[in-house]
Write a protein that binds this ligand. Structure first.
Ligand SMILES: Cc1cc2nc3c(=O)[nH]c(=O)nc-3n(C[C@H](O)[C@H](O)[C@H](O)COP(=O)(O)OP(=O)(O)OC[C@H]3O[C@@H](n4cnc5c(N)ncnc54)[C@H](O)[C@@H]3O)c2cc1C
Length: 457
């Protein structure tokens, strides 16, 4: 007999009655709801499309509210206007319930996106009863079988193991849409991409993401020696905020660590840039480096992040020489994110080995070739996995590629929901009207609101 604890992942132990409850439905999967993992913009859009088509679903969200990942960067202003941030099925449901749409050309902050769109959407009578908040999915598999078995696999219900408010719980479904994003799973500072124990041990002094330097996190960075790691837009946001903080707290020291061959590569075209605002951003950083407010170390490849007597020490190589930077009080790491596949390891998946995107997406989204605006529309066909009725969508479907846009995710889930509703013609017909430069506005006033590239993140 199977040991009940075999089902356990993480802290939660299934109780006998919970196992019994989940064993009652031994029939085929067809009558069960579709399960969506993650109530970010894409997971909620999937719910809106399924609801519009009269399909039953459950939506499992680890956070205490919808848009939990976006809340953590709520102080950042998006680069795409409202027009591109709202899913069509969601807008129809919202409008039918008296929602007043925002000014479509305005750029919301993350906080505004949650408050004026995701929160009202998750509160609709068509969606709210089916959301399970504080429900972290631990693993997904097929009922009473493992991925080695092939017989009738497609007909067997999925079983989703989750931790809900500290209790173990299982859910059954006929399909699974994984919209869990990548934001909670950052890359390390180390250039090898490998999480070394020393870096993990320093987690109290390292912020992975974009801290609210001028707001709630100000105390943490005042008059500190701070190293910002990364050469993209998120790192630049942090650097500009630290430079603004330095005006009132002049002891603040700002180090900028990148793998780029020369710091000029991070400035972009400046006044010659095709996007004027991006050029201005480059000029601003250029100025901060030139006047010594930001000290750039590049190309610096971090090999070790460790605690020293004077703070954090970074050991790495610069132009072939081994060097050490010491006495760092705080680090802000913006080296991208990666998908967490641990929850779907009992499913048959096809994942690109380099980008970690959903297998067939890799050539479409390769950031070496594509910007967010040149990714061609794609849907159920490209997103289908060897495990039938299982889909990875949203930012998680792009793996480590940083070029994902909500508008692309909305088209993905429109197509997947159509397929799961039996409307194969609608699933097949994928359309996405994006300008080649992406959907990111270039008419931004504030320096921290300017894009570092034609993509948004
Ligand atoms: C700073 C920043 C700015 C951006 N600006 C733009 C922009 O201007 N325009 C644009 O189009 N895109 C932008 N993006 C990119 C992208 O559209 C967003 O990251 C968007 O939030 C992705 O949506 P998502 O639904 O795929 O994932 P997320 O928003 O990350 O949502 C995933 C959800 O899944 C939940 N979850 C995770 N794991 C589990 C689990 N195991 N069990 C249950 N729930 C789980 C999380 O709590 C979260 O609520 C930006 C990204 C960043 C980081």
């Amino acid at each position: 007999m199977t040991n009940q604890n075999d089902l356990v992942i993480g802290c939660c132990t299934p109780k006998k009655n919970e196992i019994e409850k989940s064993s009652q439905n031994n029939g085929k999967a067809r009558a069960l709801p579709v399960a969506i993992i993650g109530a970010g913009p894409v997971g909620l859009a999937a719910a809106a499309h399924l609801a519009s088509r009269g399909q039953s679903f459950i939506l499992l969200e680890a956070g205490k509210q919808a848009g939990a990942n976006i809340k953590s960067w709520g102080h950042i202003r998006l680069f795409s206007p409202w027009r591109y941030n709202i899913d069509k099925a969601a807008a129809s449901l919202l409008s039918a319930n008296g929602w007043v749409q925002p000014q479509m050309e305005a750029l919301p902050t993350g906080e505004e996106l949650v408050e004026h769109y995701l929160k009202p959407l998750s509160s609709l009578p068509e969606i709210k009863p089916f959301i399970h908040l504080n429900t972290k999915v631990l693993s997904v598999g097929r009922k009473d079988t493992d991925k080695m078995k092939t017989a009738n696999g497609d007909e067997i219900p999925f079983v989703i193991h989750a931790e809900q408010n500290g209790e173990y719980k299982t859910f059954e479904s006929r399909a699974v849409i994984d919209a869990a994003g990548t934001w909670g799973n950052p890359n390390p500072a180390s250039s090898s991409g490998i999480w070394l124990a020393d870096e993990r041990e320093l987690k109290e002094k390292i912020f992975y993401g974009i801290p609210d330097v001028l707001g709630s996190e100000q105390q943490r960075y005042r008059n500190k020696r701070v190293a910002v790691v990364g050469g993209g837009h998120s790192a630049i946001n942090a650097l500009l905020d630290l430079a603004a903080l330095k005006e009132s707290c002049p002891e603040t020291e700002i180090l900028w660590i990148m793998r780029r061959n020369q710091v000029e590569d991070a400035y972009g075209g400046e006044e010659k840039d095709a996007l004027e605002a991006r050029g201005r951003l480059g000029s601003k950083i250029h100025q901060l480096v030139d006047n010594g407010q930001v000290e750039a170390f590049t190309p610096f490849r971090i090999q070790l992040v460790k605690e020293s007597e004077t703070g954090i020490e970074l050991i790495g190589s610069q132009n072939g020489k081994q060097i050490s930077l010491d006495g760092i009080d705080e680090m802000i790491v913006n080296t991208g994110n990666r998908p967490d596949f641990s929850i779907i390891s009992e499913l048959r998946t096809s994942i690109d080995s380099a980008t970690e995107s959903a297998g067939s997406l890799a050539p479409l989204i390769d950031p070496n070739i594509h910007s967010c605006g040149t990714v061609r529309p794609h849907g159920e066909k490209e997103l289908s996995q060897p495990e039938k009725n299982f889909y990875i969508v949203g930012s998680k479907s792009y793996g480590r590629a940083p070029t994902f846009l909500m508008a692309t995710g909305y088209e993905q889930v429109r197509s997947v929901a159509a397929y799961l509703s039996g409307d194969f013609a609608a699933a097949e017909k994928v359309e996405l009207d994006l300008p080649e430069t992406g959907v990111c506005s270039v008419n931004l006033k504030s320096s921290i609101e300017e894009p570092a590239s034609s993509c948004c993140n």
